[in-house]
Design a protein around this ligand. Structure first.
Ligand code: AVJ
Ligand code: FE
Length: 433
């Protein structure tokens, strides 16, 4: 059992870390940029900021704390289900100064609640879970705001050290047939869709040892991949032509890409990013492979052949450090393949966590025995065939919102998120042993 005061200190530290990041992302631009909509797919940054505060008020000030509302009148404005992103700029939103002061007020109340919160108790999870959920909510919106920064036009305003160098990694890793434990009952901050733990039988398969790189993806384009219907799912073919796609998002002519306002030569051994599910699916077919299912991805990431146990992360049960994975906006790009030898899985698969979200072939559904917690709108209302699951987190994902069990989802046409992929392949009967 963790001492409640240690847990309190840890929660306070995580809340502070998330807030520093939110402020970094919103203080980096001027007020005109904060209220502007940089893409119809995204909210104005000032909406994200106040929405973070409003969710924190609802879950921690009112629900966990039992306190009076700070600003009950804001609930409607910042309810993501009431207003699609495209409509948010037209709302009577709090301006930059008012939004900043609102999130500060809410946070003051929350730290007060945290001082006396029992942080233990409930049936499914402890009270600390609600704090963990709010930390993850802020970090998830911070990643969304980072994606908005990528769509923003103008001079660069973000800076970071470059990622560590790569080393050659290629080929595939055989994952033998057999059951493994998918999902979790133990991970304290796991969200409802990661629960419960359940056994899944997975047939033998091969998975790429590293994510698909820019150089590999360029070969697909050079081979006419975007104009050859054979490689595309029917809906994907319709989309690629209607949208006029010719390569990943933010790629320019002459081998460049633009990220966070800087145009640079593409790095060949860096994982490709800003591709939609249809592009990943088409590449895989062209390569004679397919996308891994979610269960395959998680088995490759968590299953330890020595013990048969599922680990928290590919490298073991320890929380991520900068040696393990490219997470948390420490760098402003994916790292080249082979850059994280300390993060490799027991079977030898690299960079499953961090760098780029990885598209899987799976649609988003609840695990057997799923129970919505603490609200249906986090996951359950998204279950269904229209969303594909992504795994592993990106360079923009904070460790607080990233685990071997963590599930993300988006529409198959979307590529504003930091998404790439790796491929998998069935094992032929004569190869099985
Ligand atoms: C899990 C990233 C798809 O951003 O829509 C934020 C996370 N849920 N606020 C999203 C979320 C409510 C969610 N994703
Ligand atoms: Fe939200």
């Amino acid at each position: 059992m963790t001492d409640p005061d240690d847990l309190r200190a840890r929660v306070a530290g995580e809340l502070q870390r998330a807030r520093s990041r939110s402020l970094l992302l919103t203080d980096a631009v001027d007020d005109a940029d904060l209220v502007r909509q940089h893409s119809r797919l995204m909210s104005p940054l000032v909406w994200d900021l106040a929405h973070i505060g409003n969710q924190e008020e609802i879950w921690l000030v009112r629900d966990a704390g039992g306190r009076e509302p700070v600003r009950a009148d804001l609930d409607e404005l910042y309810d993501a289900f009431k207003h699609p992103r495209a409509d948010r700029p037209a709302l009577p939103l709090l301006g930059p100064a008012a939004a900043r002061s609102y999130v500060r007020d809410v946070r003051d109340h929350v730290l007060d609640v945290l001082d006396t919160a029992p942080l233990e108790g409930r049936e499914l999870v402890t009270d600390a879970f609600v704090f963990g959920m709010v930390v993850q909510h802020e970090q998830q919106h911070d990643e969304t705001m980072l994606a908005t920064h990528q769509l923003r036009v103008g001079d660069p305003v973000l800076a970071a050290v470059p990622p560590p160098p790569g080393r050659p990694v290629s080929g595939e890793v055989l994952v033998p047939a057999g059951p493994f434990t998918m999902g979790t009952d133990f991970e304290p901050w796991a969200l409802d869709n990661e629960r419960p733990a359940h056994r899944v039988h997975v047939a033998a398969f091969r998975i790429d040892a590293a994510p698909v790189t820019n150089a590999e993806y360029e070969a697909f384009i050079r081979d006419g991949g975007y104009t050859d219907e054979r490689w595309w799912a029917p809906d994907g073919w319709a989309h690629v032509r209607a949208a006029g796609l010719t390569g990943p998002g933010h790629w320019g002519p002459d081998g460049t890409y633009t990220r966070f306002g800087r145009t640079e030569p593409r790095i060949p051994d860096e994982p490709v990013v800003h591709v939609c599910w249809y592009e990943a699916d088409a590449y895989a077919r062209w390569a004679g492979k397919r996308l891994p299912s979610e269960a395959e991805w998680e088995k490759a990431a968590r299953w330890d052949p020595a013990t048969g146990r599922s680990r928290r992360y590919p490298w073991g049960d320890d929380d991520p450090t900068v040696e393990h994975a490219n997470l948390g906006q420490r760098h402003l790009s994916p790292a080249p393949v082979g850059a994280y030898p300390a993060g490799v899985s027991p079977l030898g698969v690299h960079q499953l966590v961090g760098d780029v979200w990885e598209w899987t072939s799976s649609v988003f559904t609840g695990y057997p025995g799923f129970r919505a917690f603490p609200y249906r709108e986090y996951s359950e209302v998204f279950f269904g065939p229209e969303y594909r699951v992504l795994r592993g987190g990106s360079f923009g994902t904070d460790a607080a919102a990233c685990r071997g069990t963590f599930r993300n989802w988006d529409y198959p046409i979307r590529r504003q998120i930091f998404a790439g992929f790796r491929c998998a392949r069935d094992v032929d009967d004569d190869e099985r042993s």
